[in-house]
Design a protein around this ligand. Structure first.
Ligand code: FES
Length: 297
């Protein structure tokens, strides 16, 4: 069996999993035997690892990002704008991008809500929707917090995103701040949009949905009514809490491999080390969700 790694071939490859002999895509690291075959094209991560003296690629650097603005939409919803280098902002425009913010010594994964690049001065900004609900997120908004320590961006914020065809309509169902990955790429998507505005305010929706048409719904009361719409659409983004995601997958288990859903409920380090996002698949293999987006048989 083979696994697909979101960081393969990037500046983060080879990573700590190669060093631990657990790289999902390199059988050489796991078993000592290469199974890539003569038709393999591209960079060999094992060779990169050896050439790097048996060490993984340099860890992601943390960036000190000045806070440019905090918009208070409600007690439960703030949007922070951070100044970042242009290259960072540009990478954040990729579908499913999220970053890690350091708070109280822990990492907080946050989906990118909006990202812009200013070519003339080599800088840019990103915006993040934050619900200050616990010690880590509340700490971020303490007076004097005029710079956030961030790392990333990371690419595995959405499961099944590699199946998205931007040229075809996609049905989007989003609830609260979980809709952020859609808002980040909304100008590149077409198709019907349903938003459960739970914890979002009208002012937030006016700012981030602009003139994009959408219908307001309540997942709590109308999820079943959406099923016929879901059944008609080959491409779906369902962006809600793990509770509703589980619910929709139980109702439509056959869509598990194509429906695009959030992937960061349990993400903690984002780089395959802490194991917080691990799960054991049906073949008994423990995989890390922050690294693997798809399993191929
Ligand atoms: S979040 Fe730490 S291993 Fe995936």
């Amino acid at each position: 069996m083979e696994y697909k790694c979101v960081d393969r071939g990037s500046s983060r490859c080879p990573c700590a999993l190669m060093e631990a002999g657990q790289c999902y895509i390199c059988t050489m690291s796991r078993t000592g035997h290469c199974s890539c075959g003569q038709h393999w094209q591209g960079v060999c991560p094992y060779n990169e690892f050896l050439q790097n003296g048996g060490r993984p690629a340099a860890d992601l650097k943390e960036v000190e990002a000045p806070v440019l603005e905090v918009a208070d939409y409600s007690r439960q919803l703030k949007v922070v704008r951070l100044q970042v280098p242009a290259g960072f902002a540009q990478k954040c425009q990729a579908a499913g991008s999220y970053i890690m913010v350091t708070s109280l010594g822990y990492k907080v994964p946050l989906s990118v809500l909006r990202s812009e690049v200013f070519c003339e001065n080599g800088s840019g900004f990103i915006e993040l929707a934050v619900q200050p609900a616990g010690p880590k997120t509340m700490e971020l908004f303490r007076p004097g917090g005029d710079c956030w320590t961030v790392s990333g961006p990371f690419a595995a914020g959405l499961l099944n995103i590699e199946k998205l065809d931007f040229g075809k309509p996609v049905l989007v169902i989003g609830k609260g701040t979980a809709a952020a990955p859609f808002i980040n790429i909304r100008s590149r998507l077409n198709g019907a949009v349903y938003i459960d505005s739970d914890k979002l305010t009208d002012a937030f929706l006016e700012t981030y949905m602009g003139d994009r048409e959408y219908e307001k719904i309540s997942l709590q009361h109308n999820l079943e009514k959406l099923l016929p719409v879901i059944d008609r659409c080959p491409q779906i983004m369902f962006l809600a809490s793990p509770y509703y995601t589980e619910k929709i997958l139980q109702m439509r288990p056959e869509r598990k491999s194509d429906i695009i859903i959030p992937n960061h409920a349990n993400i903690c380090c984002g780089v395959g080390i802490c194991g917080a996002c691990s799960y054991t698949d049906e073949d008994g293999v423990t995989v890390r969700r922050c690294k693997i987006t798809e399993r191929q048989l």
